[in-house]
Write a protein that binds this ligand. Structure first.
Ligand code: TXA
Ligand code: MG
Length: 359
């Protein structure tokens, strides 16, 4: 890949300078690809109807061409540009929940380029709840964008992650500091009955059931328990979020007694790895850190178990940090699969390549 001259533009996340947005918008209309902040993770975008620009996204990320992109919109008019007619009740509902970290799969309009949807008849759509993203998309038009990481790496949640992965690969980086949630949007397929959760995210499935007023199917892939073959969400079949370092997820049968699980895990790690000369780090919570350290096992603290949003926000930074420690093995504690905990466990299990132990 040729090195591209990247322009980095710093922008205030909450009160963006519209002149800076305009620079990016005009470049997008000339075929530029750009990194922009959303409330979940940074995206790598192009004007969705510019096929050549969209193809450049796949090259910049090293993304397989059969993995479709999400189309980001900023208003109801843009929704009409990308999806086939939808019932008025659904339209109303989407207007009431958006902007938010919720992506829905709907039938696409024929005019949406095949490269965006990887040839599928459906399109993933979302309206991000981030002032910079909204202003930008309002100006550009519908924006096709995956997460702005190199394929396989954890999604970027800080400007540091973005610069490391994308500098020299894209035309513009809009740097607005840290994203808000730290894990990607919840994806629900509304073309199946009942609707199916394809990827858990910041909007919990419990909340989604309430919003949609229906049952929602949660297949094992959505929990990160297995790969889907050829797929509704083809993204699920690739290794994701993965550090180079070998990673194991240690799931506890009863998170009310996480202290007991941590004691047992520390004992296992000591006996099976540390005593054999391996360097190990445990991705631990504030509450359990001392248990490992008292046995001389190094830890990386991911946050407090009392605040799963904090854990989600730190998750990808921690997964990236693991590789810098030069350890032979990382062991991540599991979390309860409730609320955003489901998204955390989906990412952790996938990052480990399904290397799971249950305690
Ligand atoms: O929070 C997010 O969703 C971020 C920000 C940038 O918006 N985007 C993001 O995009 O995570 P990406 O490409 O990394 O993940 C999108 C997932 C992929 O697994 C893809 O396979 C799936 O959505 N997807 C896209 N279009 C689809 C479709 N028509 N049917 C099923 N799955 C689809
Ligand atoms: Mg991604």
């Amino acid at each position: 890949m040729d090195v591209i001259l990247t322009k980095v533009i710093r922008v205030d996340p909450l009160n963006p300078d519209l002149n800076k947005i305009k620079v990016c918008c005009e470049a997008a209309h000339r075929g530029a690809i750009f990194v922009f902040p959303t409330e979940t993770v940074y995206g790598l975008g192009a004007y969705a109807f510019d096929e050549e620009a969209v193809k450049r996204i796949f090259i910049a990320k090293g993304r397989p061409i059969d993995n479709p992109l999400i189309v980001h919109i900023a208003n109801a008019r843009q929704l009409e540009e990308v999806v086939d007619e939808i019932p008025e009740t659904l339209n109303k509902l989407l207007r009431s929940v958006w902007p938010s970290p919720l992506t829905v799969i709907l039938r696409k309009r024929p005019s949406v380029p095949r490269v965006v949807t990887a040839g599928l008849e459906t399109v993933a759509v979302r309206m991000p709840a981030h002032p910079v993203a909204l202003k930008l998309i309002e100006c550009v038009g519908p924006v096709a964008a995956p997460s702005a990481n190199i394929s396989g790496r954890p999604s970027p949640t800080t400007s540091h992650h973005v610069l490391i992965d994308m500098y020299g690969r894209v035309d513009i980086i809009l740097d607005a500091g840290d994203t808000f949630f730290g894990v990607e949007s919840t994806i629900v397929d509304l073309t199946s009955t009942p609707p199916k959760l394809l990827r858990p995210g910041p909007i919990p499935v419990e909340k989604l059931r309430e919003i949609l007023g229906t049952e929602i199917e949660v297949p094992p892939v959505a929990r990160g328990l297995c790969e889907s073959g050829r797929a509704l969400a083809p993204g699920m079949k690739y290794r994701h979020y993965a550090p180079q370092t070998k990673l194991i997820v240690a799931e506890c049968q009863n998170y009310q007694r996480i202290d007991l699980c941590a004691e047992q895990l520390a004992e296992i790690i000591g006996r099976q790895y540390v005593d054999k000369g391996m360097k190990v780090v445990v991705i631990a919570s504030k509450e359990t850190k001392h248990i490992y350290e008292s046995r001389g096992i190094k830890t990386l603290v991911i946050g407090s178990r009392n605040n799963l949003y904090e854990i989600a926000k730190n998750l990808f930074t921690v997964l990236r940090e693991v590789d810098r420690l030069g350890v032979d093995l990382a062991v991540a504690e599991g979390f309860e699969e409730y609320g955003i905990g489901l998204a955390i466990m989906n990412r952790l299990r996938k990052a480990s390549g399904y290397n799971i132990i249950r305690i």
